[in-house]
Design a protein around this ligand. Sequence first.
Ligand code: PMP
Length: 403
Amino acid sequence: MGLDFIFDELSSLKEHALMREYRTVESAQGPYIQIKGKSYLSFCSNNYLGLADHPRIKQAAIAAINQYGWGTGASRLVAGNMTLHEELEKKIAEFKGTEATLLFPTGYMANVGALCAIVGREDIVIGDKLNHASIIDGCRQSGATFRVYPHNNVSQLESLLQKSSTYRRRMVVTDSVFSMDGDTAPLPEIVEITQKYDAILMIDDAHATGVFGQHGKGMIEHYGLEGKVDIIMGSLSKAIGSIGGFIAGNKCLIDFLKNKARSFVYTTALPPAACAASLAGLILIQEDTTPIDKLWDNIRYLRSQLSKFISNISGESPIVPIIIGSAEDALRISKRLYEKGILIPAIRPPTVPLGTSRLRISLMATHSKEDINRLIDTMKDIGFLTHGNTILPKAGYAQTDVG
Ligand code: PMP
């Protein structure tokens, strides 16, 4: 006995093509990355604007290391709070158009920390079925009653709100861009309904920040919903090219989270150089939106090329999912592409519902048209994309648990 169950569980994962393993990247993150000495064209990264390896970001991090060293040695509330944390929080608040912001070491921790601080046993939290795992974990860990509505189904959300008048607090939480589907939440309707029922609204803007909105400020800017969302969560690890998560909102909310969010209070502060890199990323986006325009050119181009072969590709973002169905098939196609020098992950349960394993393509501003053409041509070469033999992604997903 003892740990024998681990061997059995791993064997079962292998048998069902659900074993997860990583590759080792030997280069910087960009459209091309090196693995085992070979160059691969990568469509795997959330580094949407290509900032992860930008010279100004590297310079900012190096300058911060020279001035402040690397580590912080304590949590923010003990002695880890440094100038760059506060500068970055001010910049994020300005960018997101809120009174204040609180930094967390990761976006995952921001979601869990905020949810657990705001709702508890006497409350109800209602979320989209396809919300990110960090939201689901926060909802579960909060101890609140947790209900989900079918993906983007606003009338089901409303009926759950109607039935929840006896709870002390009601909270609605949704991704703005769904990370495995690339589609977006109907935020204007969700805002209207949460206001009607006097519920708290939290959105996870991780994949919209730096991508959506005229100035890349995210989904609130995109829809003109400034001041209408109570809690905005974001990540600095995607379009901003850095690391860290944040909650943006009014000053009262931020003061509350400073005191109550356990994943803020009980963890060491981010290294100042990470904050300097994020600051540089945000400044770059504010100075010049050309990379955002380039990203959207790439999104339109890839989606139009793929739609010649595949109908109903979900979404309208740099995340382009191609639903395959079985985990085995998705893994097989991903491996074939890898043999041809192209990196696209096979996303399988529990990240996505059973029967909806997929290839998840993510685009960057730094991909060229030639890169995208190479992807399409390679998919054709391996027999994955053929006219007259189109792959039809499933329209509705099985409503199983999203891990
Ligand atoms: N929310 C969403 C929608 C995400 O996709 C992710 C990361 N993939 C997170 C939150 C967590 O952010 P981070 O990577 O900064 O922890």
